[in-house]
Design a protein around this ligand. Structure first.
Ligand SMILES: [Cu+2]
Length: 685
């Protein structure tokens, strides 16, 4: 049997001479991009783990990227982290579109809108992301490139079918896509079904609120003639009964439709690209249907929705590109109690979150050096309507907060800027040096501004604290520096980076002094509510990736990441920062077989945030093992074991258990899965 040419599992983009193949066709010669490729039906080029079709959350793929990690609030609720920053600080684009979560706690974080089989690649800019990679890229930029319809002149039908089963939680996935093309048209349709029960940890304790159930389907339509392409896409996503143990509620449902149009036209040396998107998402969550709640007075149901329009237009010529992009989102969230029809809190009312921005990026090449210089200006506009709570009738403090909020001027507009310089200097055939400097800004999120009553709707912080917002928060301003060195020879490559950034007006919770806030929070069991405040912070650290080809059939590779985040104004660490960690992969290939042995080692995390009541986590090491058998050139069967040694551990970023009725005590760290056996099959035609 003859195998297809080797494919890159993870292309460590040591971009000395060539331009990095990338979603944006503009040259990115001076910026390293780490691309996690979807698993292919071929042997891996490096031994680093590829994207994983067995676990349901694409965000997990980030764990194989140096500096990146994932704040996990549930099995399908992962929030991207890069070098200690997460949430709205990191730009996530899916096929170029910015996804806006409906849930005020990011249960439907952007990366949850995709399923593994539809992903072509996940790309993370190493170090400082260029301005064209997203509107707010202060903490970095993750670009997910979905599989798209491909067109052809003659009639071609191709497709992919994947299925998998995990023994620890009875989880199964079934996904397929089919592309039909003819007469310069292409039509791609897909569906995916993912479900799983609560999993057990290594001590055989069941971790409640870790079940999930998600279906997605859609179609992508493309037409191409010589210098023009036009595409239209519809994605539907439906999630039911899925747990988020680190959050105060679980997902009852998330239903969303996304309608996209994009196109590209080339004329002479000019290339025009445009995109339009509409998103409509509704979401219900509660604290009683999937976790234990013995007090019907405390039953809460939150119904949230978001409607978003996004757009982008870019023109590129030679080394220069210019673009405008933005979005306009409206958010609503209402809390009720099904056991008490009188109970109602308007959590967010017609909150407008609008950004319009423009950028220009220049990428000159001077001798052996490539540069990217970018500038972006962003107009941020936010507004909210009046709120109410049924509790205001009985409780003067709730009434005071409600009246204060309704009397305040909620309409805010501010302009923020990003300026970035990236450079790569090639020293010789084997060595290069990169450096990047930037000043980047981010305006406050709508939760940080408009959370009027002490609550936990914090974009997924999951610290168990109640928060109130501040309408007049200043934007964050980060001064960033990144230095890197690349070595590459035929059998060995390594790329270490160090970074430092100082963030003025970093937004985080600090103890609220407001008497009304304290009284209302105390009634809900939090004696120390927080208020989003501007503080000063710094983050610094280092990360590296490497690979070593011992022979044609035996490859070693790895990554290591370290970051430290501290407050500059007083002695405390930043919250939910990944501890020092490393991964080593050993890949061995023999005939139609391939095997991967992976070791992930995490240090303990004792640099924890006191103000967020964060708990320290012990260090651990976990071994995964997988065997692939290429049955034919179109069929691969994989089987493997996660957590081979059945180590009982908690990922620091998995947060703290808040679900009652679990084998895990409330307040304990959410433990990871015990030993899991899986089998998976992928068939391409
Ligand atoms: Cu939610």
């Amino acid at each position: 049997m003859k195998l297809k040419p080797l494919c890159l599992a993870i292309s460590l983009s040591f971009t000395f001479f060539s331009q990095t193949p990338f979603a944006n066709d503009t040259k990115q010669t001076s910026i390293e991009v780490i691309t996690v490729k979807a698993p292919k039906l071929t042997h891996s080029e490096t031994a680093l783990a590829e994207g994983n079709l067995v676990m349901p959350d694409v965000a997990d793929w980030l764990k194989t990227v140096p500096g990146a990690n994932i704040n996990k609030n549930g099995p399908i609720t992962g929030i991207a982290q890069y070098r200690g920053m997460y949430g709205d600080r990191i730009s996530k684009s899916i096929s170029g579109h910015q996804i806006i979560s409906a849930g005020p706690n990011a249960m439907d974080a952007p990366l949850t809108y995709i399923n593994p089989i539809m992903v072509d690649s996940v790309a993370v800019y190493r170090g400082i992301a260029p301005v064209n990679s997203g509107i707010d890229t202060l903490g970095g930029s993750v670009e997910v490139n979905l599989k798209r319809a491909t067109e052809s002149e003659e009639t071609i039908i191709s497709g992919d079918m994947a299925t998998s089963y995990n023994d620890i939680n009875n989880a199964s996935t079934l996904a397929a896509n089919v592309n039909i093309s003819a007469n310069n048209f292409g039509l791609l349709s897909y569906f995916s079904d993912q479900k799983g029960d609560d999993y057990n940890n290594a001590d055989d304790e069941t971790v409640k609120s870790t079940q999930y159930d998600k279906q997605q389907y859609g179609v992508d339509f493309k037409y191409q003639v010589s210098n023009l392409y036009l595409a239209a896409t519809w994605h539907h996503s439906q999630t039911n009964n899925s747990g988020t143990p680190a959050l105060p509620m679980d997902i009852d449902y998330i239903e969303s439709d996304r309608y996209n149009h994009d196109g590209e036209y080339e004329s002479g040396s000019y290339k025009f690209k445009w995109q339009l998107g509409l998103q409509d998402a509704t979401h219900g969550m509660d604290n009683f249907s999937q976790r234990e709640n013995t007090n019907p007075d405390k039953y809460r149901y939150n119904t949230a929705e978001a409607n978003t329009l996004d757009y982008k237009f870019e023109v590129t010529t030679d080394a220069l590109s210019f673009g405008i992009d933005g979005f306009s989102a409206e958010h609503n969230a209402t809390i009720t109690n099904p056991e008490n029809m009188m109970f109602k809190i308007i959590n967010f009312n017609k909150v407008m979150d609008e950004k319009n921005s423009l950028y220009v990026q220049w990428q000159p090449q001077v001798n052996n050096s490539a540069y990217t210089l970018g500038f972006r200006a962003k107009q941020n506009h936010a507004d909210a309507d009046d709120v109410m709570s049924s509790m205001a009738m009985m409780n003067p403090h709730v009434k005071a907060l409600q009246d204060q909020f309704n009397a305040s001027d909620k309409d805010v507009s501010e302009t923020t800027y990003d300026i970035v310089l990236n450079s790569l200097n090639t020293l010789d055939n084997n060595h290069a040096i990169t450096y990047a400097v930037a000043i980047k800004q981010r305006a406050a999120s709508y939760q940080e501004r408009y959370l009027w009553m002490p609550m936990q709707s914090t974009g997924g912080l999951a610290d168990g604290k109640t928060y109130v917002g501040d309408i007049n928060l200043e934007p964050e301003t980060a001064y960033q520096l990144d230095l890197g060195y690349n070595f590459e020879s035929a059998s060995f490559a390594i790329s270490p980076h160090i970074f430092y950034q100082k963030v003025d007006n970093y937004i985080q919770g600090t103890p609220s002094e407001d008497m009304h806030v304290k009284m209302v929070a105390s009634m809900m069991g939090d004696e120390n509510p927080l208020e989003f405040t501007n503080i000063d912070a710094k983050l610094y650290g280092a990360d590296l990736n490497w690979h070593y080809k011992l022979s044609n059939s035996l490859k070693l590779s790895g990554i290591a990441s370290y970051v430290r985040g501290t407050r500059s104004d007083l002695d405390d660490d930043l919250y939910r920062i990944s501890p020092l960690n490393a991964r080593i992969n050993l890949n061995y290939q023999l005939g139609d077989w391939q095997t991967d042995l992976a070791l992930h080692a995490y240090s303990k995390q004792t640099h924890i945030s006191e103000i967020n009541n964060e708990k320290a986590t012990a260090g651990y090491a976990v071994v995964d093992w997988q065997v692939d058998y290429f049955v034919t050139s179109g069929l691969v069967v994989r089987t493997g074991v996660n957590n081979l040694l059945n180590k009982n551990y908690s990922d620091h970023l998995a947060g703290t258990n808040r679900a009652s009725g679990s084998d895990i005590a409330k307040g304990d760290k959410v433990p990871a899965m015990g030993r899991n056996l899986y089998i998976a099959m992928d068939y391409q035609f």
